[in-house]
Design a binder for this molecule. Structure first.
Ligand code: ASP
Length: 439
């Protein structure tokens, strides 16, 4: 049995947090491969080391003096080293970083040093081997992640390693330059390592006891999701529910490796298991509720639209021409509506309208902004009658006007369009009916 464990920035923000992490790893000898993030925030007002590095490098790139800023970053690491009573010195590392910053080694190189240095400290603290991610995580020269090549290199490298620390977030291109994933990308590294060693589980340690049924900024102390499938998670994270990087599920999903989201500050809590499939019914019929504000609906009307072959394609062509991704497309007999995100659409609105006129020759086009989408997701809906009925009666009681309904044939989710102003009320009313009243 092999476990890969990834620790997020808040789990490694200080020596105290490192000690908790050390205790977790030492408590289970199957936790053999460790993927650390850079030190995160120690309190609400603090700054993540990654952000400090971006800022510091920005100054270096302008050719200005950056020694003071870099010194502050070094202080963060030195205080961890001191708090852990390690003899490690980062003198040489900081000399190299200073030199490379002066030589404009790039933003990605700069940001990656957060994980790199934290990985060195972690390896020294645990007595594990340190493996620089630049040697084992590969990108092509355009920055696309090379999954299979990486898997081969990493599997071969880890085969002979008993215990190792591999810093998260970065790797290197074929020409050797350091390249990072997008923000939060250490989650992806953890997943890649889990795939390479055929881990029995990928533990992702953070500062919450798992995924929550809904957003804690909207619902006071929402319930925790104990088990969620990869598919449900995709639906929820697409609609804005954070915790795990969206791309982190792909490497492990291919191999059927479950992910366990755990809390470094409450290691006994079971957290959330993310699995391919499960016979565990979700406790509340629904698994989660997520949503996003600021969508725009483009309503296209044309008499006899239903009998015009290719009409939808022509309308969609107008969006494709303008490089706008569409979200949903409910339609009626003589109407079709296209939902898009406002920030994608706003600047190109008139181009899209004229392209629709050109291609599809509609009777009228109307645009409605200020819309929010709420996704109610759950594998349990498939086997339960009346889920949709309960959602809509809850919304009606909360005086929320429903503008759009979309249920995929997989019966995994129901998407509801409401006005931006009704967004929070809609989520609260759905949460209440399924979780508080537990019907
Ligand atoms: N340190 C990086 C960030 O702040 C990557 C990570 O933590 O996963 O985005």
């Amino acid at each position: 049995m092999v476990k890969v464990v990834k620790f997020g920035g808040s789990s490694l923000a200080s020596a105290e947090q490192f000690k908790k992490v050390g205790a977790i790893i030492r408590a289970d000898e199957t936790r053999r491969f460790v993927v650390p993030s850079a030190p995160g925030k120690r309190n609400a007002k603090d700054t993540k080391v990654t952000d400090m590095l971006y800022e510091c490098y920005g100054i270096a790139e302008e050719g200005k003096e950056f020694a003071g800023k870099l010194g502050k970053i070094r202080d963060r690491y030195d205080s961890i080293i001191k708090g852990l009573d390690l003899t490690l010195s980062l003198d040489e590392e900081f000399q190299t970083i200073t030199k490379n910053f002066k030589n404009k080694a790039g933003t990605d190189y700069a940001a990656s040093r957060g994980e790199y240095l934290n990985g060195m400290i972690m390896a020294a603290y645990l007595g594990y081997e340190f493996i620089d991610a630049a040697e084992v995580i590969r990108f092509d020269n355009d920055g696309n992640f090379l999954a299979d090549e990486t898997n081969q290199i990493l599997a071969a490298r880890l085969e002979h390693s008993e215990n190792a620390v591999i810093p998260g977030f970065y790797g290197a291109k074929e020409d050797g330059t350091v390249h990072t994933f997008s923000r939060g990308g250490s989650d992806i590294t953890g997943s890649i390592v889990a795939r390479a060693v055929h881990a029995s589980i990928y533990e992702n340690w953070t500062d919450v006891s798992g995924f929550l049924v809904s957003d804690p900024r909207i619902i006071d102390k929402p319930a925790v999701i104990h088990t969620i499938t990869y598919k449900e998670l995709r639906e929820l994270s697409y609609m804005g529910a954070g915790v795990l990087h969206e791309d982190a599920i792909f490497p492990v999903r291919k191999e059927g490796i479950p992910i366990n989201i755990k809390n470094t500050n409450a290691p006994e809590d079971p957290g959330t298991m993310i699995v391919e499939s499960t016979c565990h019914q979700p406790e509340y019929t629904i698994t989660g509720i997520a949503g996003l504000r600021d969508f725009v609906a483009v309503n296209v009307d044309k008499d006899m639209m239903n009998s015009e072959v290719g009409f939808c394609r022509k309308v969609l062509q107008a969006f494709e021409d303008n490089n706008i991704s569409i979200e949903h497309m409910p339609s009626g007999i003589d109407t079709m509506t296209v939902f898009v995100q406002r920030h994608d659409f706003e600047g190109k609105e008139q181009q899209v309208l004229s392209a629709i006129h050109k291609y599809a020759k509609p009777d009228t086009i109307e645009i409605e902004g200020g819309l929010a989408l709420v996704a109610v997701v759950g594998r349990g809906m498939k086997s339960t009658r009346g889920t949709a009925g309960r959602i809509f009666s809850a919304l009606a009681h909360a005086q929320v006007n429903v503008k759009m309904i979309d249920q995929g044939s997989s019966e995994l989710n129901i998407i509801i369009g409401v006005s931006n102003d009704d967004f929070e009320r809609a989520i609260r009313s759905i949460y209440d009916i399924f979780v508080e009243t537990q019907l």
